[in-house]
Each structure stands twice: as structure tokens, then as C-alpha cells.
Design a protein around this ligand. Structure first.
Ligand code: UD1
Length: 429
């Protein structure tokens, strides 16, 4: 297994381009299941989760073509299977997104239950409840969710989401696009990725209104057509690079980004003492001359502070001056990075969903292990500011969601390299 080696050093500087958003690209690719015609999606990031989604769609019978610019053409005119197997779903929970489109277009779907993951139990009850409200008969058998409409079209329904769920909203929005009648999703997720999916569905001929608000109204149509859609920029990748620059005392400009989509993160970086300027599609950040100030953070659904930026801000607080509280309200067990940061000298007290972080100024290199996608980004960044050489293990997590992270960081002056696993066994032999 590959590892990353990061050597703590000077400030990051320069310009970096933000890739297309993973969390937008996955549902967009999966929405190709809703039509016989070709859907072209550009600005696809180069990520392992994208490969997994291609594998999943390929197994279902979707024909895929990728060009040199990383645009994907997906054609689902000859779908042969409606089964999303355990082997794929367990590596990528977002596979659950095929449930809605398959049930809506083919009247049947079998999707493995995703099971637990490093950041909590992550149930899919809201996806199931919504489809049941639309008339699907759903059974859980042998670890699979089995949906059947008994050859009838799904029916429009009013669905209230007890909890705000991003993929839950997306799954139901896709299903409702082909249902008979009007569906109203109340307490819908307002994330930019939900809006991006709605825009693409509308380009395919769907009638979706209200995406970006907490009430989405979808008037079902009989069939959808093809479209050409560009994935929005990855706001979490953007936020991660901004934190990297801030904690290293650097000055960077990120381009191909939509600043208003990370307003909550920019606010916290300003509060920490960074100078931020924004244009239509760029953000520049200059770290303060002295220490960063500690900032309290509370994660919540969009437009509040994103849970996917929580780990990076725990790290920022480790090296800032002062004490801060970080409260995680979205996932039940998303503080795995805390134990690794403690091994690097961080002073963090954990109590349930709250971390109290006392800034220690400096971290020290240590061998650390990535546990989930965002935790692994936090550890890479920690390695860039810690004294010495940090070896980060289990980096397959980072490859799931960050496009060429070490190249992009190196481009800004970071000392970071990827080393194949066998290098270490040779060293210890
Ligand atoms: C998506 C993002 C992920 C992000 C998360 C929260 C994708 C592919 N992934 O994940 O990066 O961290 O939103 O912003 O877009 N819940 C239930 N029942 C359900 C569904 C969700 O109880 O049926 C709970 C979850 O356990 C969690 C909360 O709702 O506590 C929010 O989860 P959700 O928004 O669904 O996360 P994902 O869509 O899986």
C-alpha cells in the first residue's frame, strides 16, 4: 500500500486549480441511468470514487467513454442488470444513489446495504422511506435493499426528511424526475451539489424547482433525454488548500472555484486572521504575519460550516494561539483524526461530539494512519507543518476524494512525495 511522506517546511505559495466536485460528479454520472440518451459530463475529477462509479455503472450495462479532458459520456440505453453488489457498495457508500434512478426507470433495483463506516453508522432509512412513499415496495433481504414497483410507475408524493440528507435528497429527486405526478421533498438538503444535480436533470428535460432551498418540487415527466453538463468546482478541495496555506503562513490563489459556495469556511479563515479576497471564480488568501487565532466551529448542513472541513479546522486550531471548541453535529464518530494529531503533539480533549483544542504552536512528525477521506487530508496538512518527516499510511482514503493532492501541494512548494508500500518493507528487511 502506498504511503505519503510529508516534511514540515515553509509557507505554501502560488496558484492552484480546483478540480470538479466529487460529491457533484457521482450523482451526475449516476443520473445517466434515467435516460436512454447520452449524458456528457465534463470537469470530472481524477479520483478513485469516480473509477468505482464507472465500474458500478459498467456492471449495470451503461456504456461509458472518457476523453482526454476527463469528460465522460454515459449511455444507459441497454441496461442489463439492476443489482449494485456489496463489493462495490462497501467501498463507496454513494453507490446507494443508483436505488432511486433504477427503481424509477426499470421498476426494480437491488442495492447492497452499505453497512457502517469509519465515521459512524450512516443509515439509509430516509432513502427507503421516500421511495416507499412514492409507491415502491421495499424489502431488506440478505443484506440487500430490494425495491419493486410491480411494473407500475412511481407516484409523486410529499416526503418529509426527518434529517437533512444530501444523497437522500438526490436519490429522491432523481426518482421523482420520472415519477407520475408531483413530488415535494420537505427539509431537503441545500448543498450546491444538490443544485448542480437539479440543473443537470432540468437540462435532461426534468421539471425540478426549488433546489437550493429546503423545499424541492419535482413534476415527474415520462422520459428524460441527454444533456451536456459541467461539474461544479470542489468546495471542499478548495477549503482544504486554503487551510493548508493558512497553517503554513503562506499566500495562495485558488482558481476555478465558486467563492459563495464556501462562505462559511472563508468567514472562519478571516476570523482566524487570514486576509481573503475573492473574484468571480478565484479566492486569494494571505496568512497573518504572527500566529493564527483559534476559531470555534460547529458543523451543520449547508449553508452552515461543512462537516467535510471539520478535520482541517481541528488541525488549524492545533497550531493557533488560544483555545477553541469544535462541535460535530452531522456524523456521530468523526473525530478519528484527533487521536493521530495527539500523537503529533496536539492538545485536544474529546467529549462526545465536542473537541476542545488548545493551540500548541508546533506539531512533531510521527507515523500516522488515515482513517477516512477528510481525516486523511487533515493528516497530510499536519505533516506539512510538523517538525520532521511524517509518514501517512492508508492513503487510499485520500485517493478516493482528492485529485492529485501531492502534485498540487508540491506545486505550491510543499515537500511531499508518494512512496510505494514495498519501499518500507525493503527498508525494514
Ligand atoms: C454526503 C456527502 C459527504 C458529506 C455528507 C454531509 C456525498 C457523496 N457525500 O454524504 O461527503 O460528509 O453529505 O454533508 O455527497 N442519515 C440518516 N438516514 C439516512 C440518511 C442520512 O440518519 O437515510 C444521517 C446520517 O447518518 C448523517 C446525516 O443524516 O448523520 C447526514 O448524512 P447525509 O447528508 O445523508 O450524508 P451523505 O449523503 O451520505
Amino acid at each position: 500500500m502506498d504511503k505519503l511522506i510529508a516534511i514540515g517546511g515553509g509557507p505554501l505559495s502560488g496558484k492552484v486549480r480546483i478540480s470538479g466536485a466529487k460529491n457533484a460528479a457521482l450523482p451526475l454520472m449516476i443520473s445517466s441511468l434515467l435516460t436512454k440518451e447520452t449524458l456528457r459530463i465534463s470537469n470530472i475529477p481524477h479520483l478513485h470514487d469516480i473509477t468505482t462509479t464507472m465500474e458500478l455503472l459498467g456492471q449495470l450495462g451503461v456504456k461509458l467513454q472518457v476523453d482526454e479532458t476527463l469528460a465522460i459520456e454515459a449511455n444507459a440505453s441497454e441496461v442489463e442488470s439492476v443489482i449494485a453488489p456489496y463489493e462495490l457498495v462497501r467501498t463507496m457508500r454513494a453507490s446507494i444513489l443508483v436505488l432511486g434512478p433504477l427503481t424509477a426507470r426499470f421498476g426494480r433495483a437491488e442495492v447492497s446495504l452499505p453497512g457502517g463506516c469509519a465515521i459512524g453508522s450512516r443509515p439509509v432509512n430516509l432513502h427507503i422511506k421516500g421511495l416507499e412513499a412514492m409507491g415502491a415496495d421495499i424489502k431488506i433481504e440478505n443484506g440487500y435493499i430490494k425495491a419493486d414497483t410491480h411494473n407500475k410507475r412511481l407516484k409523486g408524493a410529499r416526503v418529509f426528511m426527518d434529517l437533512i440528507s444530501v444523497t437522500g435528497t438526490e436519490n429522491l429527486m432523481m426518482a421523482a424526475a420520472l415519477a407520475d405526478g408531483i413530488t415535494v421533498i420537505e427539509n431537503a438538503a441545500r448543498e450546491p451539489e444538490v443544485i448542480d444535480l437539479a440543473d443537470c436533470l432540468n437540462a435532461m428535460g426534468a421539471k425540478v424547482k426549488g433546489a437550493g432551498t429546503d423545499e424541492i418540487v419535482i413534476e415527474g415527466v415520462e422520459k428524460l433525454g441527454g444533456a451536456d453538463h459541467r461539474v461544479i468546482p470542489d468546495r471542499i478541495e478548495a477549503g482544504t488548500f486554503l487551510v493548508a496555506a493558512a497553517i503554513s503562513g503562506g499566500k495562495i490563489k485558488i482558481v476555478d472555484v465558486i467563492p459563495r459556495q464556501i462562505e462559511s469556511v472563508l468567514d472562519k479563515l478571516r476570523e482566524a486572521g487570514c486576509q481573503i479576497e475573492t473574484g468571480e471564480d478565484w479566492i486569494s488568501l494571505s496568512a497573518p504575519v504572527g500566529k493564527l487565532k483559534s476559531v470555534n466551529v460547529r458543523t451543520a448542513p449547508y449553508p452552515a460550516f461543512p462537516t467535510d472541513m471539520q478535520a482541517q479546522f481541528v488541525l488549524l486550531n492545533c497550531i493557533a494561539g488560544g483555545t477553541a471548541t469544535v462541535i460535530e453535529t452531522v456524523f456521530e464518530n468523526r473525530f478519528m483524526h484527533v487521536h493521530e494529531l495527539q500523537r503529533m503533539g496536539a492538545d485536544i480533549e474529546l467529549d462526545g461530539n465536542t473537541a476542545v483544542i488548545k493551540g500548541v504552536g508546533n506539531l512533531f512528525a510521527a507515523p500516522v494512519m488515515a482513517t477516512d477521506l477528510r481525516a486523511s487530508a487533515c493528516l497530510v496538512l499536519a505533516g506539512l507543518v510538523a517538525e520532521g518527516e511524517t509518514v501517512i499510511d492508508r492513503i487510499y482514503h485520500i485517493d478516493r476524494g482528492y485529485d492529485c493532492i501531492e502534485e498540487k501541494l508540491a506545486q505550491m512548494g510543499a515537500s511531499i512525495r508518494r512512496v510505494p508500500g514495498h519501499y518500507f518493507s525493503q527498508q525494514s528487511a
